[in-house]
Design a protein around this ligand. Structure first.
Ligand SMILES: [Zn+2]
Length: 226
């Protein structure tokens, strides 16, 4: 576990956060929050997403995350600092994450683990999310967000929703895992969808969700009085 730890949104928090996402006037902000919530994609996957990852078959949409992709997230040439005085805000060069990877072989983005290249079906009932994805796919060559700006947009939404907490891309990934667990997905199925390298985190989603629902029942019925 890295960073701030395990902080999925609760059911109530999901509701107000998603409402704020739908209300946002910036469609990229709405897309960011809703796609991350409903796919559990990693920040690095999302901000390297390209139009050809979004595929349609028989009216059903899915995201195919490849093993490798050209990074056009900005900044100078890999491994050489900024010796040619590139404008670091220019597009077309790898982002700082891709430049500074220890396992970097070239300037390309690579997915995190061996099990990370995967297909994520999008629920067709999420019609407005599918529409946003289509809008983005037809109008953009890349996701116009850095790792940091993804989390900036999510924080703005958390504030707009009146949530007294931070919400990061990773929190939404954990949240998606708990959503799957609540729908009785097995650990292996969760692992497949989220591209985990091990079964440990999917198991955590399942035990967390079971405990959270026990807590809810206890609160509702006050078991001490039964
Ligand atoms: Zn990159």
């Amino acid at each position: 576990m890295t960073g701030r730890g395990f902080k999925p949104l609760s059911l109530d928090e999901i509701q107000v956060f998603e409402a704020a996402a739908k209300d946002a006037t910036n469609p990229i902000r709405t897309l960011t929050a809703r796609l991350l919530l409903h796919t559990g994609m990693r920040n690095g996957e999302f901000n390297h997403m390209r139009p050809w990852w979004v595929l349609e078959k028989n009216g059903k949409y899915r995201i195919d995350i490849p093993r490798r992709e050209d990074c056009v997230g900005g900044a100078g040439p890999a491994g050489f600092g900024n010796q040619n005085h590139f404008n670091l805000n220019d597009r077309g060069e790898p982002c700082s994450k891709c430049r500074n990877k220890s396992h970097r072989e070239d300037n390309r983005w690579t997915c995190k683990t061996r099990s990370s290249d995967r297909t994520i079906p999008i629920n067709s009932k999420q019609e407005d999310l599918v529409d946003l994805l289509k809008w983005w796919k037809n109008g953009y060559d890349y996701m116009p967000l850095s790792h940091r700006s993804v989390n900036y947009h999510l924080k703005q939404l958390a504030d707009a929703a009146g949530l007294n907490r931070k919400v990061t891309a990773h929190d939404l990934r954990h949240t998606h895992g708990t959503m799957l667990a609540r729908m009785d997905w097995t650990a292996v199925q969760i692992m497949d969808r989220l591209g985990h390298g091990s079964i440990q985190m999917p198991r955590k989603y399942i035990t967390y969700t079971a405990q959270a629902s026990r807590d809810l029942v206890e609160k509702k019925y006050n078991l001490d009085s039964l």
